[in-house]
Design a binder for this molecule. Structure first.
Ligand SMILES: [Zn+2]
Length: 253
């Protein structure tokens, strides 16, 4: 059978939620997750889905205190950094001191060096905590989500993208940390791009849809998983679920 992958082509006129332009989305490859791009801002479907969720749930995001963990240099993170006056970036750099602020070449200008599993931020610091494809790289996700919940203000929320590659199958661990050494449980190790490390970031967990109850259990936040397919917004691809976890007070009845 002939491989027709290279001949695949999709284009659609629509509106890009990331750069807010009328554009013609184009993909020359079948794997839309990485190739169905906005010609103006180069955003990909999961970024447009994430921006739509941010705007839908927090239309006043520009005035809120946002923490983004490990932002890339994509146009979504750049726009948040430019347009939100109280935007705080953090990166994970074990070679530098944690809890200190460093300058770098990002629209946020600085980042706080943070281990997401043990953050230096005070309780109730942020309205929104954003992570894009970070939770498949942490060794102790239960600690990371607990820390995110601690640093959220009441009525705040964490909004994240994570590739849920296992779908209806249970989540499984690919790598663990034992006394500081990485133990690979599934070979070969997988790596994704890392904004501050050219060697890439190790994938530690293959998540399934059970991530929703896992994160909810360990954080006390109320999670929703949002799947968007909206070709007019250029949101069509696999593995672009957006999770949102609310820190909502329990009703006193
Ligand atoms: Zn765009």
């Amino acid at each position: 059978m002939t491989d027709r992958t290279s001949e695949y082509f999709l284009q659609h006129d629509g509106y890009c939620p990331v750069c807010e332009n009328e554009v013609r989305f184009v993909s020359q490859a079948k794997w839309l997750r990485d190739s169905f791009k906005c010609p103006k801002c180069s955003s990909i479907p999961r970024q447009r889905a994430l921006m739509k969720v941010i705007v839908d749930y927090f239309p006043g995001w520009r005035g809120l205190h946002i923490h983004e963990g490990s932002p890339g240099f994509d146009n979504l993170s750049s726009r948040l950094a430019r347009e939100c006056a109280k935007y705080t970036a953090s990166q994970y750099n074990p070679k530098l001191d944690f809890g200190r602020v460093y300058e770098y070449n990002h629209p946020s200008r600085t980042y706080s060096n943070e281990n997401l599993e043990s953050q230096s931020f005070q309780d109730s610091s942020f309205d929104i905590v954003i992570t894009q494809d970070v939770f498949e790289h942490v060794f102790n996700p239960e600690k990371a989500i607990r820390e995110i919940a601690r640093t959220l203000k009441p009525n705040g929320a964490t909004i994240m993208t994570v590739p849920i590659v296992m779908k209806t199958q249970p989540s499984r661990r690919r790598a663990s940390l034992i006394e500081g050494s990485v133990n690979h449980l599934i070979e070969p190790p997988q790596y994704h791009g890392n904004p501050i490390d050219g060697n890439g970031a190790l994938v530690t967990i293959d998540w399934g849809y059970d991530i929703v109850s896992y994160l909810q259990h360990h954080s006390g936040l109320s999670f929703l998983m949002i799947q968007i397919d909206n070709i007019d917004l250029g949101i069509r691809a696999e593995l672009i679920e957006v999770l949102i976890g609310f820190k909502r007070p329990i009703a006193s009845l």
